[in-house]
Design a binder for this molecule. Structure first.
Ligand SMILES: Cc1cc2nc3c(=O)[nH]c(=O)nc-3n(C[C@H](O)[C@H](O)[C@H](O)COP(=O)(O)OP(=O)(O)OC[C@H]3O[C@@H](n4cnc5c(N)ncnc54)[C@H](O)[C@@H]3O)c2cc1C
Length: 407
């Protein structure tokens, strides 16, 4: 007898927050803030509020007109294609900056699809000497003494959201100033984000570290002060480690790398579970397809979602609550917590139908159930060569004329 449990997710929001907190009593962090409620309806409200023209002018500012769409895109409440089409139709050429950022998301995902689990190890030798110190409690507990970095960590822990520019500054500080192992930091960061996504997250950390870019990313005080409106520097009383010219910082932080190889972070394979001879079909709803509008939701099979510890055991409480909002809104999805194999066996499922994903953990888990993979519509219907997948600029050179052709 296993321990998987069927959940009765309450439809009332407050009860749902309590319920998830009780079921996942080991999950850390505060409750999900109401402005981050999960589900397609919330995602559509955010989409309708997008001002792509203003975004193009001020997205790098911490209080700029950013969209907050990432958790909804990450969990499939909205698709990348529909968001792209919406921006293109409503804003035309004025929306080009936002469309390019959406293409970054597609780019990282294409790299994941192509490279598989290789994205969890260094993609290229680092271009500067990086080191592999453990991630300290001071960083994780917002206790470095730097109001900016501690402020970003507080936002991460409190809301599960950090502005893109702050993510870049923070990653650069952690990897290049504190010399921390980018992989440990990336794992920790991803676990606390509502939009936590292995492709966008781990590959961005590698981009900052220079293991998937031609140079390291770094910044100085002037840059941070400008784009934050000076709000952190105003209260800072410590010697600022960023207060220098780029030349001086580069000389202080970087020595040329002698590494000609890449550091590998082996992933443990899951133990293979037994096959079976059941006949029934089911739709396996995974965490990238949480929308009643997903085309698989129209199929006449039971739909099953499992909070499987292998996939979401590291998530913060508010991420679990976000996902509970999503599955609650989908209405006809059976929700379980526990081991997916056990759940599907108990339901007598022979074959699962699900949405294609680069997440090889999901593929491993579903392997005993002869999975059929529904392809995800591509952002642009063209084959991207391996060479183009090495850098966003090369990818963009190819897809930009196709995506923007009719503007
Ligand atoms: C170190 C680091 C870690 C990151 N981790 C994640 C992650 O786990 N999940 C995640 O979704 N994004 C991640 N990003 C990318 C980016 O920071 C977020 O997608 C973005 O900040 C989300 O906020 P938004 O929706 O308001 O973005 P907006 O600026 O409003 O952009 C709109 C959309 O475009 C896409 N986008 C924008 N910038 C990027 C980018 N640099 N890379 C990829 N897509 C982008 C996102 O889908 C985003 O929702 C990371 C970036 C860095 C530097």
């Amino acid at each position: 007898m296993g321990s998987a449990q069927k959940l009765n997710i309450p439809s009332d929001r407050v009860e749902r927050l309590h319920y998830i907190r009780r079921i996942f009593s080991a999950a850390k962090g505060p409750d999900l803030a109401v402005e981050w409620s999960g589900g397609r309806a919330s995602g559509l409200r955010k989409l309708n509020a997008v001002d792509a023209t203003l975004y193009g002018r001020n997205r790098n500012f911490i209080n700029g007109a950013v969209t907050h769409l990432s958790p909804y895109l990450r969990h499939g409440c909205l698709t990348l294609n529909e968001v792209f089409a919406f921006v293109k139709k409503k804003f035309g050429a004025q929306g080009e900056k936002l469309m390019m950022e959406l293409a970054w998301r597609d780019y990282w995902r294409q790299v994941w699809l192509y490279e598989g689990n290789a994205i969890f190890s260094e993609m290229e030798p680092p271009k500067v000497d990086i080191q592999y110190q453990p991630l300290s409690d001071a960083v994780k507990q917002a206790n470095t003494g730097l109001p900016c970095m501690d402020g970003f960590v507080k936002e991460l822990l409190d809301n599960g959201y950090v502005h893109n520019h702050a993510r870049m500054w923070f990653a650069s500080y952690v990897v290049h100033h504190l010399k921390i192992d980018w992989r440990e930091a990336a794992d920790w960061f991803e676990a606390h984000l509502l939009d936590g996504d292995f492709a966008s997250n781990h590959l961005s950390w590698q981009w900052v570290a220079s293991t998937f870019s031609s140079k390291p990313y770094y910044f100085n005080k002037e840059n941070l002060e400008r784009y934050t409106g000076g709000k952190y520097c105003a209260t800072c009383t410590v010697q600022c480690p960023f207060d220098a010219s780029y030349e001086a910082l580069s000389a202080r932080l970087f020595t040329p790398s002698v590494a000609s190889s890449t550091k590998q972070y082996p992933l443990k394979s899951l133990p293979m579970k037994a096959a079976h001879d059941f006949q029934a079909n089911a739709i396996f709803v995974h965490d990238e397809m949480l929308s009643a509008h997903n085309e698989l939701m129209g199929k006449p099979y039971p739909k099953i979602f499992v909070f499987d510890p292998v996939l979401c055991g590291h998530w913060s409480l508010n991420r679990l609550q976000f996902v509970a909002d999503c599955v609650n809104e989908m209405m006809n999805v059976e929700v379980w917590v526990g081991d997916t194999h056990e759940v599907l066996m108990r339901k007598g499922v022979g074959q699962v139908l699900t949405q294609d994903t680069p997440n090889l953990r999901i593929r491993e888990i579903l392997a005993p159930f002869a999975p059929r993979w529904q392809p995800v519509q591509k952002l642009v219907n063209v084959r991207i060569s391996e060479r183009r997948l090495k850098r966003f600029s090369r990818y963009w050179e190819k897809v930009n004329p196709l995506l923007m052709a009719d503007i």
